[in-house]
Design a protein around this ligand. Structure first.
Ligand SMILES: Cc1ncc(COP(=O)(O)O)c(C=O)c1O
Length: 365
């Protein structure tokens, strides 16, 4: 089987029709609910792709790291939420440089970080706009919803040089669901938790312009969101084997794929491909075994990966794989793959259309 013969394997491809469809569906869904979209660009790290999201109606972008923000601000995309704690003098100096050039919203969850940011606002004479992060259940950061978030928000708002403009949360535990009802209930809970704390902020005189929540699952379920001004869905642009495993997406929605070549057939029922963890990563999928879906070949399982080798297993009685055959893989977690390539191949109708630069590749600092 020979597919995408113009590409050297392993190749990360983005099916442009599928991606554009994912963008327009999300944008239509959110517009219908009157909710803004500030997509997390960690999934693609590409200026050209962010431009497509903005063209489809996104109100800005979300990044995790300052270095990502630096790349996008340089490219002229200036409405950015930095959804990550800014800690350390080196980070504050870089934040200050960006603050002068862009419309940043930054999340805070500690007085330490807030004091640093307030210093930048005081020095530059342009107050830093901050949203208080609440812990959405992952316990990786954020204030506890309710009284803890409120007293923290009031303390931050009292500082010179920083103003609290709202609230944000990331409720990653939603990924433990596997059916529509589960996603609906989790989205309602997410909306209620963030909405109650937002209300508490308002009752205590804080301005709550921004109420930001939403992973891809919660954004898909946006009809269940109430009082949310914007969501940050990122993964929806590609989906992946996790999304398929959770029943959130179908295989045909998965826009980012890997083309790999069979390079060895050491035993009956075994074949080795040229894609390992350096292409597919070792991330597991939610609710799915193996290291990716082999498109159109459900009898093949990717059972393991070394750095540059992928191990396929299948019933030796079935049609064998031959050396040189190419397969198409939907990876377990698409968001981590573009960061491993200099460029990805934009394909349409089974052919290369354009190379897409991963502009913020490696910008994890
Ligand atoms: C803070 C934050 N916001 C938004 C997102 C996007 O969520 P998803 O990848 O489900 O679209 C993430 C993903 O990790 C995140 O960490």
């Amino acid at each position: 089987v020979s597919i995408y013969t113009e590409l050297a394997t392993p190749a990360v491809i983005i099916d442009l029709d599928r991606m554009e469809n994912n963008i327009s569906q999300m944008s239509a869904r959110l517009a219908e609910c009157g909710i803004g979209h500030r997509p997390h660009i960690k999934s693609h790290k590409s200026v050209a792709i962010a431009a497509k999201q903005l063209q489809a109606g996104a109100i800005g972008i979300t990044v995790a790291k300052l270095s990502e923000a630096e790349v996008f601000v340089d490219a002229g995309i200036t409405s950015i939420m930095i959804a990550y704690a800014i800690v350390g003098a080196d980070k504050l100096a870089r934040f200050a440089a960006l603050h002068g050039k862009a419309e940043l919203i930054v999340t805070v969850d500690s007085l330490h970080a807030a004091e640093g940011l307030a210093g930048v606002g005081a020095e530059t004479g342009k107050p830093v706009r901050a949203v208080v992060e609440i812990d959405g259940g992952l316990h990786r950061g954020g204030r506890q919803p309710g009284a803890d978030a409120l007293s923290f928000a009031l303390a931050v708002n009292a500082m010179q040089g920083i103003e609290v403009v709202g609230i944000m949360g990331y409720f990653g535990t939603i990924y433990s669901n596997t059916d529509e009802q589960g996603f609906i209930e989790a989205t309602r809970r997410e909306s209620a938790v963030i909405g109650e704390t937002a209300e508490l902020f308002r009752q205590n005189g804080l301005s709550v312009e921004v109420v930001s929540t939403g992973s891809s699952p919660a954004s898909i379920m946006c009809r269940q969101l109430d009082g949310i001004s914007e969501v940050r869905a990122g993964n929806y642009i590609f989906f992946d084997a996790s999304g398929v495993g959770m029943g959130l997406a179908k295989e045909e929605d998965c826009a980012l794929r890997v083309i790999a070549t069979v390079i060895s057939t050491p035993l009956p029922g075994r074949a080795t491909i040229d894609a390992g963890t350096k292409t597919l990563t070792s991330d597991k999928a939610h609710h799915r075994e193996g290291f990716g879906i082999v498109v159109g070949r459900p009898e093949l399982t990717i059972t393991g990966l070394n750095e540059e080798h992928g191990f396929l297993q299948f019933n030796p009685g079935t049609a064998p794989l031959c050396i040189g055959d190419r397969i198409e893989i939907i990876p377990n977690h698409s968001c981590v793959l573009p960061n491993l390539c200099d460029r990805v191949a934009g394909v349409r109708g089974g052919r290369l259309e354009e190379w897409i630069s991963v502009d913020a590749r490696g910008c994890n600092y």
